[in-house]
Design a protein around this ligand. Sequence first.
Ligand code: PEP
Ligand code: MG
Length: 544
Amino acid sequence: MKIFKGKGVSGTAAEGKIFIYKKRSAKIDCMESSDSEAEKQRFLLARDRSVEQLGRIYNDVLARLGEADAAIFEIHQMLIEDEDLNAAILGRIENDRLTAEYAVARTARDFAQMFSSMEDEYMRARAEDVKDISERIISNLTGEAKEENVLTERVIVCAEDLTPSETITLDKEKTLAFVTSRGSVNSHTAILARSMNIPAVTAVGEDFLKEISDGDEAIVDGSSGEIFLSPDEKTREGFYKRRAERIKQNELLQQLKGKENITLDGTKIEIFANIGSVGGADTALQNDAGGIGLFRSEFLYLESEDYPTEEQQLEAYKSVLEKMSGKRVIIRTLDIGADKQADYFGLKREENPALGLRAIRLCLTRPEIFRTQLRALYRASVYGKLGIMFPMIASVWEVEKILEICNEIKLELKAEGIRYSESVSLGIMIETPAAALVSDKLARLVDFFSVGTNDLTQYTLACDRLEPELEKFVDPHHEAVLSLIRMSAQNAHRHGKWIGICGELAADLSLTETFLRMGIDELSVTPAFILPLREAVRKIDLRA
Ligand code: PEP
Ligand code: MG
């Protein structure tokens, strides 16, 4: 047995035979042309054919997987029709006297390089899209029918890289897993694999392809990123156990998708998803989330080498809002500090970082960072139903100050003629005992509360949440923690506001009934917990 390790980007595990994906060839024989006019016409014809093909794929994917997955093929169509790209290709044909194929290949390479050098990870991933569309145009030019790899049996598809078109046109029923030696977690291919619910591992390294042959047996674990080539008996047994669990989970998914989160006595609750990246919205939808209850925006900062710009943030927030198509999306402002550190913030070392300059305290101390994020959030607000949530609140004055800054941002945008939505809801996290204790006053100021039980437990019980030795002292079911949640719920409702829970406790099925009895309106959990939680809710009878 040989073990390879890459990045697990999707799903569970699969066992089967290896199939090495045959890339469509984009071999260009002739580089110089003698008739520029004829080459231009050839290019325009191939371009239009490519747009037509993408239109067909778009409709097919829309019908099979929905708008979120089909969108990439609409983007490809737009990219092919992009004026700059077309002008550059036609310019090369005309001025450099290149053949249409070669002009497309050269221009695509330049555009891909430009995308690859961008700071924004999302934009960097677009380099693959340019490559994808150029290969399509070239294969239309060379007259080589876009040979799709026809799978005759169920296999693990392995390739150096797979473009979104290649991924989507594979027969889903016969694809057990994807493995690519290159590729990024944020690429659309990874996103597609996640929403197709197919185990996928990327970035396994160059050696992998050298070691495998068609027909080799392997197990691919899409969550750990491991690939076991010619697995031994013990590895197989572990795989069979995980597969049995997955089958059980899948049955649950099928039965509960589209159903209401409603108790036997008719009490309803929202079940939302916690996400940490734009791609998380796809997983949320795949698991039938009613909305996003917590988007931990600090991951955008942690993944970055420098402060993400207003434009970069706008792009991310807009994407999530668009993906959720009108469902509520709650984006939490920067919660950096304590265990989440990024060097470029230049924060000084603290004796007690959990009690230090973190989250809203940092934002109020360095308002320029806060303002950039708020501008991006308000600008994104026109693309969906946005809620902005502020972490680590302890005092009323902090919320008053936040509201003042939000108003200033809105006035600023108005003065600049930039659109924003007037119906953005503003909420706070209840994650300090102080916030719960003054929740009567806080509820007058905001639209909603969301209880961060991870920190609320840490601060109420004075137990560092990161310290393994304290585990036996950390009891999130502690009466003190539950009393603070109950108090916050009563105060929220007294003022007509809603309250959710987004800490890990929201997924604790032994407390679901307790939360329902407290009148909690929303539980926000890791996407994989949504359906098990729905199942628990549907078995509860509050009349009992
Ligand atoms: C929490 O504290 O419960 C919470 C949801 O926030 P985080 O875990 O990101 O601190
Ligand atoms: Mg917290």
